[in-house]
Design a binder for this molecule. Sequence first.
Ligand SMILES: [Fe+2]
Length: 311
Amino acid sequence: MSTITTAIAPPIAAPAPGMPERIYSVDRAKFAEDFDKRPFTLQHSLSGHPAFTMERLHGLLERTLPIKDKVYWNAGKKRIDQRWSDQPGRDFSIEEAFRRIRETDAWIIIFGAERDPEIHDLLEQGLAEVQEMSGISLAREAKTKQTIIFITSPHRITNYHIDCECSLLLQIYGKKMIHVFDQTDREVLTEEELERFWTVDNNAAIYKEHLQDRAKSFLLEPGMAVHIPTNAPHWLQNGDDISVSINQNFQYKNDKLANVYRANYIARKMGMTPLPPGHSHFRDLLKGHGMKLPVAVGKKAQALKKKFERD
Ligand SMILES: [Fe+2]
C-alpha cells in the first residue's frame, strides 16, 4: 500500500567485530519481489545471540521501565478479537510477570530496545541487509527504525491488529504461530478501518473469523523470521513454551498517504463516500496537502496538552 520509490542501495559494510556475518538468509530475488507486498519466511542468525538471553533482557527491562511509554505489558487470557485497551487482569507487578513468565499468561513488550548498543548495531546491520536485498533506500524512505522485544507466556495470544511499520519478526526462543492477512484485501481490511487506524484508533482493524482461511499461517521456530508488510493484519499464538521474539522494523515517510486516509475519515464523517487512495493522483495530492495544517496543529495541541499534564 505504501508508495515507494526505489534507489540503488549502497553495498553492505563488513560486519564489526563480534557481529554476525549476516543476520538474514533468504532467496534474494524472492525477497526483492515480495518485500512489503506479501508475507514470507526467512532464516536469521540471532537465535542464541548473547544480547537476547533472559538475563540480558531482564537488565534491559529494568533500565527501560523508568522511561515513559517504552514498556507495555498485560497478563491473563486474551482473545484474538480483543482490543489493546481490553486489559486482562494483572494483580501483580511486571517484575513478577517476568520472573514467573511461564505461568502468568503475560505479554511484555520493550519498545526502542536499540537503546542497548549491541541491539542498536544488530538493528543497523539487519536493516542494511533489508536495504541491500529490497533495493529500497532506507536513508531516503525511512522515518523511524526500531527494535521491539516480545517476551510472552506459553499459549498466549496476541490479538488481531495492524501496524504502521514494515517489519521482520525474528523468533529467538520457543515456538509461535503467526497468521498474516493480505493488506490489500478490502473484505479483510476495509477502507473505513484504514481511515480510522491512521486517524483516531490504532486498534481499528476488526477480526473477521469467517475470513480466517484467507490468512497465511507460519509456525515460527528459533532461527526463523517472518516478514510482515505495512498494514498487513496479523495475530499470533505461542506454543507450549515461553517465547522471545524481536521485531526489526522501520516506518516509511508516508505522511501523504496517511493524510489521504485522514481526509477520507473526515469526509466519511460528513456523510460522503471518499475515493480510496491510489485512484486519483490529483485528489490524493489535494488531500495530502490539505491535511498538512490540521495535522500539524493537532500534533502541536497534543504536545502542549502533554506539557501541561506534566507541569
Ligand atoms: Fe504486530
